[in-house]
Design a binder for this molecule. Structure first.
Ligand SMILES: [Mn+2]
Length: 375
């Protein structure tokens, strides 16, 4: 086990049971495709805090065994096995010292990106998008990594409560520093009553493209994503996805700090993340603002877990298709192309009965499937 501690708030677990690594020891993650990192920081929240407990909740929110394997029904890949995924644990952050926290997160993300892996950062409040994207941009080049940002809120304020470092300001800091081009910054899901007119004018002056929910409803999410994706890959080498769980309607994602009614459905967010990670060269991702103290029946943590899995599965499928020359068809029925031949081979081997071979009560089950998995 790595030392210092794997997770700031115990118990020491990894994302769905993937192998742990230690960012201070390159040999432990040299072959990584993806490294998961926790950023349990909520000192940047302006309303209700609690996202510091997000990383540990997202890592474990799942009813299946924590066995480091998740074959996707739809994408027909097992992201946690087809990709080499490690969990580096949490960055040691202190929510009372934002400057130190941001430096630590940026350093960890840069270590992952510069080793050739995709950093997947579990927040934490949205302050972390500043060091997350910067850490990736330091590797690929300032201005070369676009961002698609799912959120109810623009997060482009200049100063909040007298601070430049807060969860409503990270996108302003990224554009000011040059890490992110304003005209390669796409926002999806904005709504409600914030920010105010001067901030909106600043956004317009810097060339942002922000899809407010009214436009999304009128045009359809798919059409908006097509437009966003086209801009995101124009003269950029990679795309960073920053996903605030509050882009989803609080009825389906109540465990968050600044809920705004009228958002996307979980289905829409999962499909959008899957599509973008399949179609675009995603070089980094963060999922933020899951605040377990406000959650009910783990619904927000469960959604966060699946958003990460959907992203990883789509990245795995993209790489498989690029390698094998195949194409994923989302219209393919679940059981098409799924094994008549395989099933016949298993019957012939005596592992599964064919039709007309009755099974008697009390016979042992065939040795298939992980223990504890639903059948
Ligand atoms: Mn938000």
């Amino acid at each position: 086990m790595p030392n210092p501690p794997l997770t700031v708030f115990g118990p020491h677990i990894t994302f769905l049971g993937v192998d742990a690594c230690d960012l201070d020891d390159p040999a432990t993650h040299a072959d990584a495709d993806v490294v998961i990192l926790g950023a349990p920081l909520d000192g940047g929240t302006t309303y209700r805090s609690g996202a510091r407990f997000g990383p540990s909740a997202i890592r474990q929110a799942c009813y299946l065994p924590q066995d480091g394997s998740r074959p996707s029904l739809a994408l027909r890949v097992d992201a946690l096995k087809d990709l080499k995924v490690y969990d580096a644990g949490d960055v040691a952050v202190y929510s009372g010292d934002m400057a130190q926290s941001v430096r630590g997160i940026e350093s960890a993300v840069f270590t992952i990106a510069s080793s050739g892996a995709v950093p997947v950062v579990l927040g934490g409040d949205h302050t972390i998008a500043w060091p997350d994207h910067t850490g990736v941009a330091r590797h690929f080049g300032f201005g070369k990594v676009s961002m698609i940002h799912f959120d109810a809120h623009a997060d482009t304020a200049d100063i909040q409560f007298g601070s430049l470092v807060a969860h409503g300001t990270p996108m302003r800091r990224l554009i000011e520093s040059g890490a992110l081009r304003g005209d390669r910054f796409l926002q999806v899901g904005l709504r409600g009553y914030w920010p105010d007119e001067p901030v909106l004018e600043w956004m317009a002056e810097h060339g942002l493209r922000s899809f407010e929910m009214t436009e999304i409803v009128e045009r359809g999410l798919d059409e908006c994503l097509t437009e966003a994706a086209g801009i995101a890959v124009d003269d950029c080498v990679g795309v960073f996805l920053s996903i605030d769980v509050d882009v989803v309607d609080p009825g389906s994602a109540p465990g968050t700090g600044t809920p705004e009614p009228g958002g996307l459905s979980p289905r829409q967010l999962l499909d959008a993340v899957r599509r973008l990670c399949y179609e675009l060269p995603v070089v980094g991702l963060d999922l933020v603002e899951v605040a377990p103290p406000f959650d009910h029946a783990d619904v927000t943590a469960l959604l966060g877990n699946r958003v990460v899995l959907e992203a990883l599965s789509a990245i795995a499928r993209r790489r498989k298709d690029q390698r094998d020359g195949t194409t994923w068809d989302p219209r393919q029925p679940l059981l098409h192309g799924r094994g008549a031949d395989e099933q016949l081979a298993r019957i012939a081997a005596g592992r599964v009965r064919g039709h007309g071979q009755p099974r008697s009560v009390g016979e042992p089950m065939p040795p298939e499937g992980p223990a504890g998995a639903p059948r």
